[in-house]
Design a protein around this ligand. Structure first.
Ligand SMILES: NC(=O)c1ccc[n+]([C@@H]2O[C@H](COP(=O)([O-])OP(=O)(O)OC[C@H]3O[C@@H](n4cnc5c(N)ncnc54)[C@H](OP(=O)(O)O)[C@@H]3O)[C@@H](O)[C@H]2O)c1
Length: 331
């Protein structure tokens, strides 16, 4: 009988990492969580997951963590840095090079990397996007079997930034609640705008469309990829079932919440300016502003018919997602 594979999740204590672990457990997999000693990982231990301590910035720790591992799923990132010293160069570029090298030494059979959809020419302006492109290249040249997913914007994050905490209901270790002062402070200032003031905040005109996808669906693709040898050595965009503009998303919120919302626009160029201003003293905040600008200025329409058939996944629409979240809230 074939021994079951050991699957290491790097980024296990994050929102997507935790959702992937839930899906892997449902599929009866041997899951090992790579966490840092002070990560919030108690929910993982409680569900019987083996925990190994390591840090992407510590190459030696990764050698030990990767022993006996067959598959790595990597979602770790420092977009909302938690520890002093977490930054895009150390974690999202060099940290990933460390993990890929450790995977090679441990003879890992499959490396599944959560990248992100491209903003085209604006990838060079958005530090996390250029980091993702660098790691993709490094991984593709590593000799490891790889699967690279490039998800579009997450509903769980983008919809909450309209000014509502609805998407956080029922989320394990929500990214927006990570203790990064800048984004948490900003989010705390707007998190009840929709509920209390009936206001929705949009960056830019809100007319350009994106294939927003929910974290649970992104997690399902990562978990199922472990069992699909044909997705080795491929790179795939991931999106939800429909491309929507932010103005259309607001209309869906109105339907689900049963009330009219007043839309307040912030010009996208303000995000660009803030990205420049913040860069010298708060590069993480500057990256988030650049991400906001690029999302407001670009469009993405991911065709998912073939992939959903191949993976056996039914994608969640924005309306289904919000209805599910509102029923979670009432529990
Ligand atoms: N948000 C979007 O719209 C979007 C769109 C496309 C793709 N993505 C990608 O999707 C993924 C999102 O993951 P997520 O939601 O789980 O993120 P998250 O909630 O922000 O969690 C970040 C995770 O990375 C870990 N990490 C950070 N630095 C580390 C280090 N030095 N060593 C080991 N682990 C480290 C964190 O551990 P600690 O808890 O110890 O800090 C945490 O587990 C990212 O790769 C992101 O780029 C996001």
């Amino acid at each position: 009988m074939k021994k079951s594979e050991n699957i290491l999740v790097a980024g296990a204590s994050g929102q997507l990492g935790s959702a992937i672990i839930r899906k892997l457990i449902e599929r009866h997999k041997n899951v090992i969580a790579l966490v840092r000693p002070d990560s919030s990982y108690q929910h993982l231990s409680a569900s019987g997951v083996e925990v190994r301590f390591g840090d992407l910035t510590d190459a030696e720790s990764l050698k030990t963590v990767c022993q006996g591992i067959d598959v790595i799923i990597a979602t770790a990132n420092s977009v909302s840095p938690r520890q002093k010293g977490d930054n895009l160069i150390k974690v999202d570029i060099l940290g990933y090079y460390n993990l890929i090298e450790a995977a090679k030494s441990a003879n890992v059979q499959h490396f599944i990397y959560c990248s992100a959809i491209s903003f085209g020419k604006l990838d060079d302006f958005v530090p996390i996007s250029s980091a993702k492109r660098k790691v993709e290249k490094y991984l593709m040249r590593s000799g490891l079997n790889y699967t690279i997913f490039r998800p579009d914007a997450f509903m769980d994050i983008s919809f909450a930034f309209l000014g509502t905490e609805l998407p956080l209901q029922g989320a394990e270790n929500a990214t927006l609640d990570r203790p990064f002062k800048f984004s948490k402070g900003f989010f705390n200032g707007i998190r009840k705008n929709m509920e209390v003031k009936s206001e929705a905040g949009i960056i830019g005109t809100g007319q350009n469309k994106h294939s927003f996808i929910c974290i649970d669906d992104v997690a399902a693709f990562h978990a199922i990829a472990v069992d699909l040898p044909e997705v080795k050595n491929s790179i795939m965009n991931l999106g939800g079932p429909e491309a929507l503009s932010m103005l259309e998303v607001v209309q869906i919120f109105e339907k689900v919440l049963g009330k009219k919302l007043v839309v307040k626009h912030t010009p996208a160029v303000i995000m660009k300016l803030m990205s420049y201003v913040l860069k010298p003293f708060n590069p993480a905040a500057s990256n988030i502003m650049a991400l906001n600008y690029a999302t407001a200025k670009t469009e993405s329409h991911v065709i998912m018919e073939e992939l959903t058939k191949q993976f056996g996944i039914r994608l969640t629409s924005a309306e289904e997602y919000l209805r599910l979240k509102s029923s979670t809230q009432k529990e």
